[in-house]
Design a protein around this ligand. Structure first.
Ligand code: ZN
Length: 133
């Protein structure tokens, strides 16, 4: 079962870039959640000393978590899925965002579950404060 995704809320994207920046040089990872086909929520993982990707994988396996995809940062600036990323992408979800250092407005890309780049519209929609976190 997959949800038709129309885009990501600008506020949510800004939030991703901001968290990526504040987590740098560490990697940040989380799950994307949507409402009415728009990605508006990020479920952030608590800091882990092991691989963030493995932590995301564990979250995906939790019964009560539904996500349309994942998000994580690449402190290396290279915005291309690694082998571990591709394994994660193939598990679940249709939209996987990678943000690359220095995490400016254009330093991110969205990929499908095969790791192919796909376009993701940035939408100017209102989000209630309590839904952002
Ligand atoms: Zn990665």
């Amino acid at each position: 079962m997959s949800v038709q995704i129309k885009g990501i809320a600008k506020e949510t994207l800004d939030f991703i870039l901001q968290v990526s920046k504040s987590t740098y040089p560490q990697e940040f990872a989380g799950l994307l959640q949507s409402k009415d086909g728009i990605i508006t929520d990020i479920l952030i993982l608590p800091g882990t000393e092991s691989s963030e990707i493995n932590a995301v994988l564990k979250l995906f396996m939790m019964p009560n978590i539904s996500a349309v995809g994942s998000v994580h940062s690449h402190p290396s600036s290279v915005i291309r899925p690694s082998k571990a990323d591709l394994r994660l992408f193939s598990k679940t979800g249709t939209h996987h965002i990678i943000a690359g250092h220095p995490y400016g407005p254009g330093n991110w890309k969205c990929f499908n579950r095969k790791g192919e780049e796909i376009s993701l519209q940035v939408l100017d929609v209102e989000i209630e404060e309590d839904e952002l976190l």
